[in-house]
Design a protein around this ligand. Structure first.
Ligand code: G3I
Length: 355
C-alpha cells in the first residue's frame, strides 16, 4: 500500500516536472475557466500512472460505466454505490468536478428491469425512485448530470427511440413525444436543485435532422420552464473529416437558447494494426480534429467543457467494440505518453484564457 503510494507520488512529481514550460491541460483550462475532463473506470484508479495522469491533467471526470443502472441498481430494492463511490472522492481529493452519467438510457440496464414485465405505472415509480435516489445520493457532489441519454432514433428522423422508458411499455407517457424526458428532468431537479441537468446524445454534433429534433425539444423545454441546463454532444468521431463549421453552427444555436454545451465523450478512432498502432499521418490528422473541435467549442462562451471518453489508449471502448480494427482514439498512448492530439488540445486551451 505504502509502496503504491510512493510510486504515485514519484509519478506525480515526474509528470509535473516532465515539461517545465508547458502547463498541464487542466492548468491551461483553469486559467480560461474551462472544464477539461475524461471518462474514468474505478478499477484503474489503483494503477499509479493512471491516477497520476488523471489528477495532473484533468479538472473534470465522469464515470464511464459506474453510474449506469446495471451497476448502481442491481436488484429492485438494492442500490450499490461502491464503484462510483471510489471515483467521486478521488475527484474531491484532486479538486475535480464530477459529471454524472447517466440516469436514463436504453442500454446497460439490469435484467430484473428489462425482463420484469412491469406496467407503465410501476415503471414510472421505479424510474422516479431511481432518479431521485441516485441524484440525492450525489447531491452537492455531482455538479452536472446526463439525465437522459440517446433518446432519439438515428435511423428514423423525427422519432424517439423505442425503449422501455418511451413506449415499451413506457412510463405512462407512451408516444407522447418528449413528455417522459420532461418527467425525468423534473425528478432530477427535485432531488438536487443545484445540479446542472443535461440531455446527451450521439450523432447530433453537426447540423442534421437529429440535432434539429433535439434543438426543438430543448427550445420547447426552455420556453415552458422545464429544468434543462445543457446539451451534451458526445463527439465519437470515426470519419476523419468532420464538418467543423456545421458543428460550430450547431453549438451556436444551442447556446443561443441559453443552455450550456458540453463536449461529453470525445474520441477520434483511427484504423490500427494488430498491435493497436495507428499510422503517423493519421495521428496528425487526429490532432487537427481535436484542435478544431476544441476551438469550435471555445469560440462560444456557452460551450464550457471538453471531455474525452477515456484518456489513455490502454483503456478505451473502441477496441472491443470494433473487433480491434480501430483504436488509438485518445490523448495519451498506452504508456501514458502524450500524443500529438494532446499538444493540439493543450494549445487551444492555452489560448482560451483570452476568451
Ligand atoms: O458488466 C460486464 C462485466 O460483468 C464483465 O466482467 C465485463 C467483461 O468484459 O463486461 C462487462 O460489461 C461491459 C460494460 O461496458 C461494463 O464494463 C460490456 O461488455 C461493454 O460492452 C460495456 O461497454 C460500454 C458501452 O458504453 C455499453 O454500450 C463501454 O464501456 C462504454 O464506454 C460505453 O459508453 C457509451 C456511453 O455510455 C454513451 N454513449 C456511447 C458510449 C460508447 O458506446
Amino acid at each position: 500500500m505504502l509502496a503504491g503510494y510512493w510510486k504515485y507520488v514519484v509519478l506525480s512529481i515526474a509528470l509535473a516536472a516532465a515539461s517545465p514550460i508547458s502547463p498541464s491541460l487542466r492548468a491551461s483550462a483553469d486559467r480560461g475557466g474551462i472544464l477539461v475532463g475524461t471518462a474514468v473506470r474505478p478499477e484503474q484508479l489503483s494503477e499509479p500512472a493512471y491516477a497520476a495522469t488523471l489528477a495532473h491533467e484533468f479538472n473534470l471526470l465522469e464515470p464511464e460505466d459506474a453510474m449506469k443502472w446495471e451497476v448502481l441498481h442491481p436488484a429492485p430494492e438494492t442500490f450499490d454505490f461502491t464503484q462510483a463511490d471510489r471515483i467521486v472522492p478521488f475527484a474531491a481529493q484532486h479538486n475535480m468536478k464530477v459529471r454524472g452519467h447517466t440516469l436514463v438510457w436504453h442500454q446497460q440496464n439490469p435484467k430484473w428491469l428489462t425482463e420484469g414485465r412491469y406496467t407503465p405505472d410501476q415503471l414510472a415509480q421505479i424510474l422516479e425512485k431511481h432518479v431521485k435516489t441516485v441524484v440525492g445520493h450525489y447531491r452537492g457532489k455531482v455538479f452536472a448530470w446526463d439525465v437522459v441519454n440517446e433518446a432519439f432514433d438515428e435511423r428514423v428522423v423525427g422519432k424517439f427511440r423505442r425503449t422501455i422508458w418511451y413506449d415499451q411499455p413506457g412510463i405512462r407517457r407512451a408516444r407522447k413525444g418528449s413528455s417522459y424526458i420532461e418527467d425525468c428532468f423534473r425528478w432530477a431537479h427535485e432531488a438536487d436543485p443545484a445540479a446542472l441537468l443535461f440531455y446527451n446524445d450521439a450523432e447530433a454534433e453537426a447540423m442534421n435532422p437529429k440535432s434539429d429534433e433535439i434543438y426543438a425539444m430543448v427550445r420547447d423545454f426552455r420556453r415552458r420552464g422545464v429544468p434543462i441546463d445543457g446539451v451534451g454532444l458526445q463527439m465519437h468521431i470515426s470519419n476523419l473529416h468532420p464538418d467543423i463549421p456545421s458543428i460550430s453552427e450547431n453549438i451556436d444555436r444551442f447556446t443561443a437558447l441559453g443552455v450550456q454545451v458540453h463536449i461529453t465523450e470525445m474520441d477520434v478512432a483511427l484504423p490500427v494494426d494488430a498491435d493497436g498502432n495507428a499510422e503517423a499521418e493519421d495521428l496528425q490528422l487526429q490532432a487537427e480534429i481535436y484542435r478544431n473541435i476544441a476551438a469550435a467549442c471555445l469560440s462560444h462562451p456557452g460551450c464550457t467543457a471538453i471531455q474525452t471518453w477515456g484518456f489513455t489508449d490502454k483503456y478505451s471502448w473502441i477496441g472491443s467494440h470494433s473487433k480491434r480494427t480501430q483504436g488509438a482514439a485518445l490523448l495519451f498512448d498506452r504508456n501514458y505518453r502524450p500524443k500529438p492530439a494532446y499538444d493540439a488540445l493543450r494549445s487551444v486551451l492555452e489560448r482560451s484564457r483570452h476568451r
